[in-house]
Design a protein around this ligand. Sequence first.
Ligand SMILES: [Zn+2]
Length: 305
Amino acid sequence: MHVYTHAACLAHDTGPAHAERPQRLEAVTQALREQLPTLQWRDAPNASIDALARAHAPSLLRTVLETAPRERIMLDPDTVLSPDSAEAALRAAGAAIAAVDAVLGGQTTRAFCAVRPPGHHATADTAMGFCLFNNVAVAALHALDVHGLQRVAIADFDVHHGNGTQAIFERDPRVLFASSHQMPLYPDTGHASERGVGNILNAPLAPGSGSEAFRSAWTDRLLPALEAFAPQLLLVSAGFDAHRRDPLAQLQLEADDYAWLTRELAAIADRHAGGRVVSLLEGGYDLEALRECSVAHVRGLVVQA
Ligand SMILES: [Zn+2]
């Protein structure tokens, strides 16, 4: 199993008091290196402009890549652009593309992208919610438009709704987007009534919900939809901020819930997608929970590879 990361992802400098900080990624990569020694580590390349432009408007590419601030600037109240953010964003999206190339090229069946900034809030033309480029959307469009796939599924278990991913694909039936998330919570989208062209499936969970509600949402609604869609590639927006220790939300998951869902998702990929899964780190803001949950998640992908 491949893991893609790059030192440039640590240089995206969000400032001293920001939840989305470099220590998050250090915690994840250190835990994976210590606890899963058989992983094959790869340096993430830069995404090409063409690859980014499949998901994003020229105006957003200019904002992220050409602003080149000499000190941190705020793109919105949550989202920072620092002098080194452009390369971090290029490497994060580039990891996703390289991972898709690796699994579709038969070099591995499973890949994890240990990257930041995260991506699932970024829309076609707007960076928001700590996200600059929508890494998972860039990966999906690369798989569809370059590799010629016809059905790509995105499972998003970050505690926040992946509004950007949904917005990019809500009129594209080649992609099924299935998300569980806390509601109410930022960014206040993700109602069950938001269905796209029948390709969007949202399972909002009330604050305080734990393992039982989470597993029911996936078992009863999201996993059957993924199964029926029969994806040729499964992408995962893997945020670990629904863990009970997370400071930004109020769900009550344990690491074992991530292990469980990972096994379920991997089984669907095994049945329909030749086992091919590319998972991307999204949120997760408690370092201890990040260590535990990322290991539980990646271990769940490795075991069945
Ligand atoms: Zn999140």
